[in-house]
Design a protein around this ligand. Structure first.
Ligand code: PEP
Length: 252
């Protein structure tokens, strides 16, 4: 079966107006190389760049997402600094990252994440829901317990439709460190999560991604795990050359 493989570029607090060049190069590459059919490319630049990038790249080959959303469930109002779900949808974004460990550290607790997910669903933004354990939790053998708690505390089984939700497993000890879990470790995590999601949410084929120090090299090993339907990529997504090479190497 040819399933869609996701390559999501999380630019974090990086990029400027010139960075459109990187996205344009990716766009030109895929326009020329139509063999890469079963992939979905999503760029999540900082919000100040999103509208103008979207205006320049109007193509089904490239989709866009935001890195955050207000938890306040109204379209407009006296909330300084907030961007409503409707405003984000108006930028041209179709996706939103929620629950990233870097955001959890700053201001996202379980309740906030749940509220943000509701706002995203109401505004028809698809959710890239990040989960991940830290190193000390991993060393204590608590990884699966932590991941399951993150899922249960934020995903309401009466509201979530897994067609609109992607789960990105991002071990915190792997993000930006160059350390990637072994395939054995990943088989265990994804196998257990798939079973857990079936039990709790009755979902058969959840879209589950991997994130954390993905490179042009390790993607060749990571692709062996069939339960992984793609990648959330930070550092290596900032330059078109490495981003394209990751995708090429995945399909090689
Ligand atoms: C991320 O933070 O989502 C991420 C995967 O970062 P990096 O690829 O740089 O580890």
């Amino acid at each position: 079966m040819n399933k869609t493989i996701y390559f999501i570029a999380n630019w974090k607090m990086n990029g400027n107006h010139n960075s459109i060049k990187e996205i344009e190069r990716v766009f030109i590459f895929f326009k020329k190389n139509v063999i890469y059919k079963f992939k979905k490319i999503i760029f999540c630049p900082p919000i100040n760049l999103l509208s103008s990038f979207r205006a320049k790249i109007k193509s089904r080959l490239i989709d866009f997402g935001t890195q955050d959303i207000s938890k306040i469930n109204i379209n407009n109002g006296p909330y300084t600094g907030q961007l409503s779900g409707k405003m984000l949808k108006d930028t041209g974004a179709n996706y939103v990252i929620i629950g990233h460990s870097e955001k959890r550290l700053i201001d996202e607790d379980f309740k906030t994440i749940k509220d943000k997910i509701n706002v995203a669903l109401k505004n028809k933004l698809k959710i890239i829901f990040c989960i991940g354990e830290n190193l000390s939790q991993k060393n204590k053998g608590l990884s699966l317990k932590v991941l399951k708690k993150q899922i249960l505390s934020s995903l309401d089984k009466n509201k979530i439709n897994f067609n609109n939700l992607i789960i990105a497993y991002e071990p915190i000890w792997s993000i930006g460190t160059g350390v990637v879990p072994s395939n054995n470790y990943l088989y265990k995590i994804y196998g257990n999560l798939k079973k857990f999601l079936k039990e709790k949410y009755n979902v058969n084929s959840p879209v589950m991604l991997y994130g954390g120090s993905v490179t042009t090299y390790n993607v060749v090993t990571l692709r062996e795990i069939s339960l992984i339907s793609g990648f959330l990529i930070g550092g290596a997504s900032l330059k078109s050359a490495s981003f394209i090479k990751i995708i090429k190497n995945y399909f090689k």
